[in-house]
Design a protein. Structure first.
Length: 317
């Protein structure tokens, strides 16, 4: 049996599970730091919502940042480096998962950039970027994005570390920071990736790789609508010595039963709760089940990067 010491909230059950990163914040438009509105909270997103602004750049006139947050926890962020030519080389896209702090006053972005990026919602509905520790940036320069009335199309070059698989003529990719899964389009630049995979004898197992490409919308394979696919521009090489955290966490969680070791960061005192709570996660069914100490519970749960997010549980009485 394995121990759990990470934040996982099971509604009223409050069963804990290890959280890798804390969540920080962001800021408002134009004006010196002292004029920045006080921190606000992010209202529940009922539809995709976007913000945009030009922030400071060390070696260019500025960076136009467009950030899109999806209600399902996904995000896309485009960086346009102004005054850089050719224009196509100045557009870069980052995507991944966003997480809100318990107080709803800070956002953490976990994506293709590798490191966690923090933003703070402000009372005027803008977002302000924070430093790498999630603290306010003390500067007279602009670090704020203003809300957009509509959601613009976002494109740009994506550089990522991912776990690639090829099975039954269906290539797939898991982005290693966010855990986002996507099909890979079989274009000519993609063939170098496929040859490397088949040559490694992986036979359905994931291979960690570095890729340059783009996210494109294509008709969904199953049902109507569209889906995001990764289009390879160049295969940058295998990365066997780099950790793909999303797949490591998924494999570990799906192996056997886990036992509660800490709750809200505090070590569990078994004699205070009687029977120690447990959980098992069935990744094929996206289902979480176990004992809450005195009652059994079950719920649907989905892995988003290195965090397991669950629906309200059903428990016995």
């Amino acid at each position: 049996m394995r121990s759990i010491a990470a934040f996982l909230l099971f509604g009223a059950l409050a069963v804990g599970c290890e959280s890798r990163d804390a969540a920080p914040e962001s800021s408002p438009p134009d004006g010196p730091a002292e004029s920045v509105p006080s921190q606000g909270v992010l209202a529940p997103l009922l539809s995709p919502t976007a913000w945009e602004g030009v922030i400071a750049c060390a070696d260019c006139p500025g960076i136009r940042v467009t950030l899109l947050l999806e209600p399902d926890g996904g995000y896309r962020k485009r960086l346009a480096y102004l005054g850089v030519s050719p224009p196509n080389d100045s557009l870069f896209l980052d995507f991944g998962r966003w997480f809100l702090s318990p107080e709803a006053d800070r956002i953490a972005l976990h994506g293709t950039g590798g490191s966690v990026e923090y933003w703070s919602p402000r009372v005027d509905s803008s977002l302000r970027i924070l430093d790498t520790l999630g603290e306010e940036i003390d500067s007279t320069l602009n670090y704020t994005l203003a809300p957009l009335p509509t959601v613009p199309p976002l494109d740009g070059v994506v550089m990522l570390l991912g776990a690639f698989t090829y099975l039954a003529d269906a290539p797939g990719l898991v982005e290693c920071s966010s855990g986002i899964r996507m099909p890979v389009e079989q274009t000519e630049p993609y063939l170098a990736l496929e040859r490397a995979y088949l040559g490694a004898g992986a036979a359905g197992a994931p291979m960690t790789v570095r890729l340059r490409g783009s996210l494109e919308e294509r008709p969904a394979m199953d049902g109507g609508g569209s889906e995001s696919v990764f289009v390879v521009e160049s295969f940058e090489g295998e990365a066997p010595d780099e950790a793909c955290h999303a797949t490591e966490v998924e494999d570990a969680l799906a192996t056997g039963e886990w036992q509660l070791a800490a709750l809200d960061g505090a070590p569990l005192e078994a004699d205070a709760v009687g029977q120690v709570p447990t959980l098992t996660w069935d990744r094929a069914e996206s289902r979480l089940a176990g004992s809450a100490g005195c009652n059994q519970y079950t719920t649907r749960a989905f892995l988003r990067g290195t965090l397991l997010v669950n629906e309200a549980p059903v428990a016995t009485r």
